[in-house]
Design a binder for this molecule. Sequence first.
Ligand code: PGA
Length: 254
Amino acid sequence: MNTNRKPIVAGNWKMNNTVAEALALVAEIKRQAAESKGVEIVLCPPFTALQAVSNAISGTAIGLGAQNMHWEKAGAFTGEVSAAMLRELYCHYVIIGHSERRTLFGETDAAVNRKVKTALASNLHPIVCVGETLQQRQANQTEAVIRTQVLNGLKDIGPDQFTPVIMAYEPIWAIGTGMTATPDQAQAVHKFIRGLLQEMIGERVAQTVRIQYGGSVKPANARELFHQPDIDGGLIGGAALDADAFMAIVNAAL
Ligand code: PGA
């Protein structure tokens, strides 16, 4: 963590929580969040709960994010949701290129790039996810994989447009597995990502970009991870479904 960058902790609820369940969880998070002003908190419920969560957090400092969106403005894209639809619900963040989207739904770096551009053009903060598989790590391909994802996913986005972008490093082998990257392993990749950003948009802007860590973050390991100089908060899956665990992780970023 670097004090020039405000830490940001986002809960990625994935395909969990009906509206009723979402409201119960948000009520508890809201009650506890008043104490956590130094951290930007973002909740990313499924599309069906966005409106309800938006209403529930209105007037608080908690931000709302979606888990995906399409790059086109409108049209014949069955099952998809546009940036304007998200903005209408006061949604200001959107997760893009999560490894589950890439692996299970075939999302490519080119699609990620189009989505990031649309998000920026629509005043949404994209949370751009990158990460390697266990096999790639074991074959010493981590940096090559991350380089490709970062260079292609953020292609043609200039330094003047880059400020709203949030990056998330999520090693696939650590997602939902209980296997977390060690603080040193995570810091090494975060530093590498910041170096790539520096090549792309220059040092001054690269130093302002927040890079979240994601993959089995828990109250027990959050503090040590967030303490690393290039880790600026977390993208939390499983532990974000429990208000106490999520808020303990938020407070670890304080
Ligand atoms: P996890 O998920 O915290 O359950 O590992 C993180 C994510 O996929 O964003």
